[in-house]
Design a protein around this ligand. Structure first.
Ligand code: G6P
Length: 374
């Protein structure tokens, strides 16, 4: 039943639309809504005997490739905030190329949908040799990465067939947010924040249902962009990863050049590309970086940039006050969960662009779902 396309034309489309359900499955049994005297908390069975070691580690290193790397990048800020442990990021192949330092006191977290990616697996073997505690976050029970890591969490997103990962990405972020809550532990000082995140997680499937209603709007936008050569996506903070992942989706399935850009780096190069022709998506939903993103939008307007701004519901008029732009309005969720919502319109955009451009959406040329060679 799971590998049936049902009412959908393509697996990627089906997998985008089933995210309310896949996220519900990912969270099942892991969030505990306390009664009046019991605080809300989380439970990750596969990690409970290792949490103390993780909390005491010198740093947490996230290791992955492609979309899985982007998911880890999206979760990094909340993990840093709640755990207080430094978190660094490694693309698996680059860690191996550099033979970068991994220590016994490190916790190395391997993120992989398939659990079989060769680069990630080799990085795991390298981290094991160096004595780090190795944690796996995979979607495939019994996969080699799940078996070789010391402990881990399955994301339970269900079978993903489309080569471009969609529902696994959102489930990975959610699992890593729960991981951050588990490592952070309950303290009086972070109780309010924890409860807001847990409430946000409970509400997330509904918020995704909401954002999926943008399907037609994203199809209309895809029609406008169909003949473009290039698309830039600007993000920062929690949504730097969303910019990278949105651009990766467009690149891999719609076969259009696309680049995710850290908005804080705009003036150090990307600004040179801005003119009235190049379409630019700017992610400017409400969080601590919002005013900085507003200023980015103003600077892009000043250079006559062709803007598509993603903002929180109700912010359309204020984000576009400085010039013409198209707006994608999304529901507000707790900041660290916003990337889960924000990526969905970009997945839809990539999907529609691909279909309209006449390319194979489920099996893009030259790409494989699981890359088992180095
Ligand atoms: C391939 C797939 C991507 C995926 C990456 C990592 O490149 O086409 O969609 O993100 O591998 O795969 P993994 O299974 O390790 O998450």
């Amino acid at each position: 039943e799971q590998i049936n396309k049902g009412k959908y034309e393509h697996y990627m489309q089906k997998e985008i639309h089933e995210q309310p359900e896949s996220l519900t499955t990912t969270m099942r049994g892991r969030l505990i809504r306390g009664g009046s005297c019991k605080a809300k908390t989380v439970l990750l069975g596969g990690l409970k005997d290792h949490l103390k070691t993780i909390r005491r580690s010198r740093r947490i290193v996230f290791i992955g490739c492609g979309t899985s790397y982007n998911a880890a990048l999206a979760a990094r800020p909340i993990l840093e905030e709640l755990s207080g442990v430094p978190v660094t990021m490694e693309i698996a192949s680059d860690l191996l190329d550099r033979q970068g330092p991994i220590y016994r006191e490190d916790t190395a977290v391997f993120v992989s949908q398939s659990g079989e990616t060769a680069d990630t697996l080799h990085a795991l073997e390298y981290a094991l040799e160096n004595g780090a505690l190795c944690v796996g976050i995979t979607n495939t029970v019994g996969s080699v990465i799940a078996r070789k890591t010391h402990c881990g969490v399955h994301i339970n997103a269900g079978c993903e067939i489309g080569v471009a990962s969609t529902k696994a990405y959102t489930s990975q972020i959610v699992v890593m947010a729960i991981l951050a809550l588990a490592i952070g532990g309950d303290t009086i000082s972070n109780q309010e924040r924890r409860e807001a995140i847990i409430d946000g997680l409970f509400d997330l499937p509904n918020k995704i249902r909401d954002v999926l209603k943008l399907d037609q709007e994203m199809k209309d936008l895809a029609k406008l962009l169909i003949a473009e050569q290039s698309l830039l996506v600007f993000g920062r903070g929690y949504n730097y990863a969303t910019a990278l992942e949105g651009a990766l989706k467009v690149k891999e399935v719609a076969l259009m050049h696309s680049e995710g850009i850290l908005a804080g780096e705009m003036k150090h190069g990307p600004l040179a590309l801005v003119d009235e022709n190049l379409p630019i998506v700017v992610i400017a939903t409400r969080d601590a970086c919002f005013s900085k993103q507003q200023s980015v939008i103003q600077q892009l307007h000043a250079r006559k940039g062709r803007l598509i701004v993603m903002c929180s519901k109700g912010d359309a008029a204020s984000v576009c006050s400085g010039g013409a732009c198209r707006v994608i309005e999304v529901s507000y969720v707790e900041d660290c969960l916003q990337p889960v919502v924000n990526v969905v319109p970009l997945q839809l955009l990539a999907y529609h662009l691909t279909v309209l451009r006449g390319y194979n959406v489920d099996q893009p040329r030259n790409l494989a779902k699981s890359v088992t060679t180095q």
